[in-house]
Design a protein around this ligand. Structure first.
Ligand SMILES: [Zn+2]
Length: 493
């Protein structure tokens, strides 16, 4: 029997704000679509968190025995600056600035995206389609929506008619907005605006002569609107109605609202049974943004080459840190939080590595079956990974008591304990057993700090022979010192 039959899962559905019992449309199968990255720059850590939340959800659904088709797209055209209908295409802009082909930009940052996700131990999605690979499908949907009366063509562009759609449907049902409020809160259209209403959004945009990413269409050369690709690709690979649509909270409006409108206008049915949204990552209590400098790239965390953290952290420790928060909660990244996660991770791995050698006896002082069910209950409660981790540490406590001879366990309970820990820690949370436990590596920062201090004293005493010797010999060991205005930092290669 598949596990999902005995482990009823509940998911929080953003569409109605309710935690609902999860019932897949076809028994045993789950179709899941997650909005992927726009590949015009290195992947943000915040985006990594969103994709990691859905990687964990994908892993747990598979663990429960579902056959999951997971589609996560790559946006390689049509995403304009400010997520709006005006402005330059994000990828074309980067290509213009760097004087390279748009597809070089796409290739470079798709590779970066995959490299980072691999370091974080993501499972690849079942299908990873691109917007440019589905222009024909997008044109077909536009033709269909025009035919059904919910879109209009003007000067080579096509817009979705939101007020017309709202007459017979409910535009705003996902984000909880009402069209009347939206109308009273927006500026009047100006003479240059082509749209009939400010709420209308582009399905197809006419390409100006300088726009290099362009395709022929019944309305002339142009490119698809950003929202349309997800409707085209989710419908193509998952059908007109599928189980789960996920993405970052910031995509709820307008992106996902527009996806619903497009699909309902074209297919006549609501596209998604469960909408799921992952919350954002902040750093030191503030929103992460390139413009304010409150930003860090995943690679900078792994190498330690940054001015924010005291040391490097491995991808699996960062993953453990992210799993310690529920995917719908805001998570704050800080040096202290990562240090605490590293400690916790090491404790967890030490316990897992110790199980094999534990002695067994005729009785168990720990109810392993009840503990195992608590782990499932946590995950069945809308993928509550922090509660799961709390239960995992209950097991760590028991393993340590067993190690010290203060508890006992039977052979079969020991096997169940080991299997359950392996399943949740490695298969579901996606952690890797890197065994950073060697307390040696924990002491490294302190040892290097001591050497940095001695080097500084030598330099202050003009003893450059000694200060250079410290720097060079550390370099020979793969530890680079970097002198900055706030003192000396180090990185390990
Ligand atoms: Zn999307």
């Amino acid at each position: 029997m598949q596990l999902y039959k005995s482990q009823p899962l509940k998911v929080y559905n953003s569409l109605n704000g309710q935690k609902e019992v999860f019932e897949s449309i076809s028994e045993g199968y789950v179709g899941m679509y997650v909005c992927g990255p726009t590949v015009y720059s290195n992947v943000h850590l915040g985006n990594c968190r969103t994709f990691m939340s859905f990687d964990m959800i994908f892993r747990y659904l598979k663990h429960l025995g579902y056959k999951v088709r997971y589609v996560r797209n790559i946006t390689d055209a049509g995403h304009l600056e400010n997520d709006a209908d005006e402005g330059e295409d994000k990828i074309a802009k980067k290509a213009r600035l760097e004087r390279i082909e748009p597809m070089e930009v796409v290739q470079r940052y798709t590779v970066d995206f995959h490299t980072i996700l691999q370091k974080f131990n993501f499972l690849p999605p079942s299908i990873e389609p691109t917007a440019t690979g589905h222009i024909i499908e997008q044109i077909e949907i536009i033709k269909d929506i025009i035919e059904k009366g919910f879109a209009y063509e003007i000067n080579g562009s096509v817009y979705f008619n939101v007020p017309k759609f709202n007459d017979s449907h409910n535009y705003g049902k996902l984000s909880g907005r009402k069209l009347e409020d939206m109308i009273s809160n927006t500026r009047e259209l100006t003479a240059q605006d082509e749209k009939k209403s400010p709420q209308d959004f582009a399905l197809w945009k006419k390409a100006e002569p300088q726009h290099i990413m362009r395709w022929p269409s019944p309305w002339g050369d142009g490119f698809p609107g950003w929202h349309l690709e997800c409707t085209a690709m989710s419908t193509k690979y998952l059908g007109k109605t599928f189980d789960i649509h996920g993405g970052g909270m910031d995509l709820k409006f307008p992106h996902h609202e527009c996806e619903i409108a497009q699909a309902e206008a074209s297919n006549g049915t609501s596209p998604v049974k469960y909408w799921m949204h992952a919350n954002m990552l902040t750093m030191n209590g503030k929103k992460m943004a390139k413009s304010t400098g409150n930003n860090i790239l995943p690679e900078e965390i792994f190498t330690g080459e940054n001015n924010i953290l005291s040391k490097a952290f491995s991808p699996t420790v960062v993953r453990f840190f992210m799993m310690q928060a529920h995917y719908t909660s805001i998570l704050d990244l800080s040096n202290d939080a990562l240090l605490a996660s590293e400690k916790g991770y090491t404790k967890l791995m030490d316990a897992i590595n110790a199980i094999e050698a534990l002695n067994t006896s005729n009785t168990s002082t720990f109810d392993v079956s009840a503990w195992r069910q608590k782990c499932y209950d946590a995950m069945n409660d809308d993928f509550n990974s922090p509660t799961l981790i709390a239960h995992l540490f209950e097991a760590v406590k028991q393993i340590n008591a067993l190690k010290e001879g203060k508890a006992s366990i039977t052979e079969s309970d020991k096997t169940l304990l080991q299997e359950t820990l392996n399943a949740f820690v490695f298969d579901v949370l996606g952690l890797e057993n890197k065994n950073t436990s060697a307390t040696d590596s924990d002491k490294l920062p302190d040892v290097v700090s001591l050497l940095i201090q001695l080097r500084k004293e030598a330099r202050d005493n003009k003893d450059f022979a000694t200060s250079d010797k410290i720097r060079d010999q550390l370099a020979a060991l793969g530890i680079q010192l970097k002198d900055g205005k706030d003192g000396t930092t180090f990185s390990v290669s």
